[in-house]
Design a protein around this ligand. Structure first.
Ligand SMILES: Cc1ncc(COP(=O)(O)O)c(C=O)c1O
Length: 385
C-alpha cells in the first residue's frame, strides 16, 4: 500500500525539534542529572548548566539573568505576569484586546469575575490591528493599569505596534505585558527597545522542547512567586527546575538568534509563495490579517475559503490527504464556539478559515502539495455531503 505523503504546516501550534536541540538535551540527560538545589557536586554541576543557560538567554534579549524566570511554557508565563501583577503589584484594571491568547483572556476574565480587576477590551479592526487611539484614551482614564497586548496574533499573525504601546504605558504609569510566544526568536529582541515589563517565551514554538519557556520580568518590579513551595528561580517559581528542558530552550534560542535574518527571509519567501499559489489555484480565497513583513508574522498565513457545503470537513479531509494545518489555534481546537480571534475581526462565518504556519523545515514543495490537495478538495465534484 502506498503511504500518504505528509506535509506539516502547523508550526504555530508546535514545531518539530531541531536535531541540534535534541543533541544538546540528550547530552545533558546523560551527564547532568543532579538537582540544581543540591549542594554536592552533582547539584552544583546542574546549577552551573542552569545558570549558564539563563545568562545566555538573557544576553540574547539584552536582559539581566535575574529577569529570566523559567516556567513550564507560554501559558504559565502569561498567567504569572497577569496574576502576579494583580496579586502583588496593585493592579486593579487590565486593558487588553478580544484577540489575545486564552492564557491572557481567560485569566483576565477570571480575575474580573472574582471582582479583583475591571477588564477593558480595546477594539480591533478587520485585519486584527488594535485601536491604539482608543488604548491611549482608556489608559489615560485608568492609569496604573496592566496593558496586555500580544506581539503577534497566533491565528492571523497581525503584529502589534509595541513601541507605541510602550509609550502609552509609560505615559500613564501602566505596566505592559506582551505575549511574545509566537515571536521570541523569530525576531531580534532587545527588552530595553521593546519597552515592556513582561515578555513570554515557549520553546516548542521555535523548534525546542515542549513544557518549557520563560517569563521576562523587569527587575524593578520586585515580582513575587505565583507557584510557591520552594526557593528556586530566585524565589520566583518554586519546583525543581526542568534542567534538560532549559538546556533545550537555550539551544533553540541560540540557533534562532544566530540565524534570525536568514530565516526571516527564507520563511517569508515560503509564505509569499503560498499566497501566490492560493490566489492562483483557489478561487475567491481571502487572506486574513496583515501579510507584509512589517504588518504580519512571517510564519503564519491565515486564509478563508469560499462558502461551500464541505467547508466544515475540509481540515479533516486535508489531514486524510496528509496536509497538517489548523482551523484556528491548536489550544482552541476543542471549542465549539469557533475562534474568538476570527469573531473579533468579524470574519464571515460562512467561510472556513485555515491557518498554515511555517518553520525552519518548511519548503515550497510542502506548499505545492498542500495547494494541490486543497484545490482538488474544493472542486465541485469532490463535495462531500
Ligand atoms: C500566543 C500564544 N500564547 C501562549 C501560548 C501557550 O504556550 P504554551 O503552549 O507553551 O503553554 C501559545 C501557544 O499556542 C500561543 O500561541
Amino acid at each position: 500500500m502506498q503511504k500518504t505523503k505528509k506535509v506539516y504546516l502547523d508550526n504555530a501550534a508546535t514545531s518539530p525539534m531541531d536535531p541540534e536541540v535534541i543533541k544538546a538535551i540528550t547530552e545533558v540527560m546523560e551527564t547532568t542529572f543532579g538537582n540544581p538545589s543540591a549542594s554536592h557536586s552533582f547539584g552544583r554541576s546542574a546549577k552551573a548548566v542552569l545558570e549558564t543557560a539563563r545568562k545566555k538567554i538573557a544576553k540574547y534579549i539584552n536582559a539581566e539573568a535575574k529577569e529570566i524566570i523559567f516556567t513550564s511554557g507560554g501559558t504559565e508565563a502569561d498567567n504569572m505576569a497577569i496574576r502576579c501583577a494583580v496579586n502583588d503589584l496593585g493592579i486593579k484594571h487590565i486593558i487588553t484586546s478580544p484577540m489575545e491568547h486564552k492564557a491572557v483572556l481567560s485569566t483576565s476574565q477570571e480575575l474580573a469575575d472574582k471582582g479583583l480587576v475591571e477588564l477593558h477590551l480595546i477594539d480591533v479592526d478587520t485585519k486584527g490591528v488594535v485601536d491604539l487611539d482608543q488604548l491611549e484614551k482608556v489608559a489615560a482614564q485608568y492609569p496604573k493599569s496592566l496593558i496586555s497586548l500580544m506581539h503577534a496574533n497566533n491565528e492571523i499573525g497581525t503584529l502589534l505596534d509595541y513601541k507605541r504601546v510602550s509609550r502609552i504605558a509609560k505615559a500613564n504609569n501602566c505596566l505592559f505585558h506582551s505575549d511574545t510566544v509566537q515571536t521570541m526568536g523569530h525576531y531580534r529582541f532587545d527588552v530595553q527597545e521593546f519597552g515592556a515589563d513582561f515578555l513570554t517565551c515557549s520553546a516548542h514554538k521555535l523548534h525546542g522542547p515542549k513544557g518549557i519557556g520563560f517569563l521576562y520580568a523587569n527587575k524593578k518590579l520586585n515580582l513575587k512567586a505565583l507557584i510557591t513551595g520552594g526557593g528556586q528561580e530566585g524565589n520566583h517559581r518554586a519546583g525543581t527546575e526542568n534542567v534538560m528542558g532549559i538546556v533545550g530552550l537555550a539551544k533553540s534560542l541560540e540557533i534562532a538568534f544566530d540565524n534570525v535574518e536568514e530565516e526571516q527571509e527564507q520563511i517569508y519567501a515560503v509564505k509569499k509563495y503560498m499566497i501566490d499559489q492560493l490566489k492562483e489555484h483557489v478561487s475567491e480565497v481571502q487572506i486574513n490579517g496583515l501579510t507584509s513583513m512589517e504588518g504580519g508574522l512571517y510564519t503564519v498565513l491565515n486564509c478563508s475559503l469560499p462558502p461551500q457545503e464541505n467547508n466544515d470537513l475540509i481540515l479533516f479531509q486535508l489531514d486524510i490527504e496528509g496536509v497538517c494545518c489548523s482551523g484556528g489555534s491548536a489550544c482552541n481546537s476543542g471549542a465549539a464556539t469557533g475562534s474568538h480571534v476570527l469573531n473579533a475581526i468579524k470574519h464571515d462565518p460562512n467561510r472556513k478559515a485555515i491557518r498554515f504556519s511555517f518553520g525552519r523545515f518548511t519548503g515550497n514543495e510542502d506548499v505545492d502539495y498542500a495547494v494541490e490537495v486543497l484545490s482538488k478538495l474544493l472542486k465541485p465534484t469532490s463535495v462531500v455531503v
